[in-house]
Ligand binder design. Structure first.
Ligand code: BG6
Length: 312
């Protein structure tokens, strides 16, 4: 069973009417593609190309989604996998080569503009063992962004794994430098009993201590506010009390590990005061020194794959 469908936005509902596994539903102001396959389920928002749910059949969501999540146009939903593009984090803290394409880094929104924009369904493939969806961002103009980059996001859902790829292509005539991240939120029963393995011995930037450089000793644990940019050279194992996942990346040499802990939680939107206990972010990135420069016509793929490590 399979179907290949180029899907212009105008006929989204019509094309999905023939889909065995995918339908478009409204979540308040946002359109969500609900994927209900016999082997897995997923919910993908067209705004931001933001995946907010993926679960193999019989399992709970592998992604954390805030119970206070709001589905409003122009604001990223708290949870899932926001796509930060074409700059990561505070624009002003990016290297000069990235800031060269940002008109006024002091005024630019955090994490770029793609996460708050409407993307379009451009390809859909459905089979007995997987669903593949490609979303394209057609509206790539922003007052703060002076470069010409195309971008699409591919999602490959299977019974036992999830893959997400963000493919950027320079369609201008000059080289473009940019940063980005797949800002994945993971659930945990208790972040204080959660570990991230695979950064041992790696250098990281401690953004909470004046962006100083440190070296990771042992697993990453969460005992306070955490906001670090790691060199990432190996697959990561995310070990929480109820879930053990393997996170593999491609086209990325950096990863951001984030938990707001108690005080910063109070300042976050769509975030309960105690939600810091139930989530952590490990973001597959091109950030800090690991930025991407594309010559005219060149492409780059930033990707992640999540699979289960089984029970301990
Ligand atoms: O609230 P936002 O804009 O989604 O950002 C959440 C967090 O995203 C992380 O990537 C940053 O390292 C944090 O500093 C930031 O607080």
């Amino acid at each position: 069973m399979s179907s290949h469908s180029p899907a212009p936005a105008a006929c989204l509902a019509e094309l999905l009417a023939h889909s065995p596994f995918v339908k478009a539903v409204q979540r308040d102001e946002l359109t969500c593609l609900e994927i209900r396959h016999p082997q897995f389920s997923a919910d993908l928002l067209l705004q931001g190309a933001q995946l907010i749910h993926y679960a193999p059949e019989g399992e709970s969501n592998w992604l954390w989604l805030s119970e206070q999540a709001e589905y409003k146009q122009g604001q990223s939903v708290r949870g899932g996998i926001p796509v930060c593009w074409p700059w990561f984090g505070n624009a002003a803290m990016n290297p000069a080569a990235v800031k060269a394409a940002i008109t006024d880094p002091e005024q630019a929104p955090a994490h770029g503009f793609a996460r708050a924009r409407q993307w379009q369904l451009s390809d859909l493939y459905e089979a007995c063992d997987r669903v593949e969806i490609t979303l394209t961002l057609n509206d790539r103009q922003h007052p703060q962004w002076a470069a010409q980059l195309n971008v699409e996001a591919q999602f490959i859902f299977r019974a036992d794994s999830l893959a997400v790829n963000v493919i950027s292509q320079n369609n201008g005539t000059e080289p473009v430098c940019f940063s980005q991240a797949l800002h994945t939120y993971f659930p945990t029963d208790d972040v204080r009993a959660t570990q991230v393995l695979g950064f041992e011995g790696e250098r990281y930037i401690e953004t909470l201590e004046g962006w100083c450089e440190k070296t990771q000793q042992g697993p990453v644990r969460f005992n306070g506010e955490t906001d670090r940019i790691y060199d990432a050279t190996r697959p990561l194992r995310l070990i929480s009390p109820q879930q053990r996942l393997l996170l593999q990346s491609r086209g990325s040499a950096s990863a951001v590990v984030w938990n707001p802990y108690i005080e910063k939680s109070l300042r976050l939107s769509q975030f309960a005061a105690d939600a810091w206990m139930r989530m952590f972010c490990v973001e597959t990135a091109n950030a800090f020194a690991d930025v991407i420069t594309l010559a005219a016509g060149e492409k780059h793929c930033l990707g992640l794959q999540l699979s289960s490590l089984g029970q301990s």
